[in-house]
Design a binder for this molecule. Structure first.
Ligand code: GRF
Length: 194
């Protein structure tokens, strides 16, 4: 059985990307990362892909006439690398309705809150200022409304009175790393019968 051919889209630190790349190195893991797309030339993720020897493409929106040609280039890269599934991992560009419709059901995102709570940015500072006792992360299918697609899985984190944005973000990231590789494994098993 062939493994599921996956692309990861990143913009930032790339810690989730690294965890997925590591998981996919395991012999019996049912997915394989065939492409990393990064839109940010300053992203740390670009350096981190080097030791994994995974094809990595910088697609910088500023270099394209408009969002349509930017997305066209991404679609071209997905096609030539025969990508079947996309994992967004801290990708900071909002993809168009057309793009998302083409990939619907085959594109997922990880978000650092228990959706539907705190869609968008600054999730940890909002949870702290609400005095929430619990937060976490969610993995959801990407739809054209940001952070509103069907939820696939969530993982909870308790907020302690001593937590600040940094400590909470670190605790949530640990859960993100575990959850993302579990979810991709389950999806890839279903899609490939691997
Ligand atoms: C994560 O918190 C993820 O949930 C959010 O962006 C952050 C990316 O972190 N979408 P990293 O780049 O994977 O370290």
């Amino acid at each position: 059985m062939e493994k599921l051919r996956v692309a990861i889209f990143v913009s930032g630190k790339g810690s989730n990307m690294v965890e997925l790349l590591k998981a996919c190195q395991q012999k019996h893991y049912p997915a394989t990362i065939k492409l990393v797309i990064c839109d940010n030339p300053k992203s740390l993720a670009l350096k981190k892909t080097k030791k994994f020897k995974v094809p990595t493409e910088l697609v910088n929106l500023n270099r394209y006439q408009n969002r349509n040609s930017f997305e066209k280039e991404i679609l071209r890269l997905l096609a030539i690398n025969k990508i079947e599934f996309i994992c967004l991992a801290g990708f900071m560009k909002i993809l168009s309705h057309d793009f998302v419709s083409k990939w619907y059901g085959n594109i997922i995102n990880i978000h650092p809150s228990l959706l539907p709570k705190y869609p968008g940015l600054k999730t940890h500072s909002r949870a702290l200022s609400d005095n929430s006792k619990i937060t976490g992360c969610s993995i959801h299918f990407v739809s054209s409304t940001v952070d509103k697609g069907p939820i696939i899985a969530q993982s909870k984190v308790n907020i302690s009175v001593n937590d600040n944005i940094e400590s909470l973000s670190a605790k949530v990231l640990i859960k993100e790393h575990l959850l993302y590789k579990e979810v991709l494994k389950s999806i890839a098993e279903i899609k490939t019968k691997y």
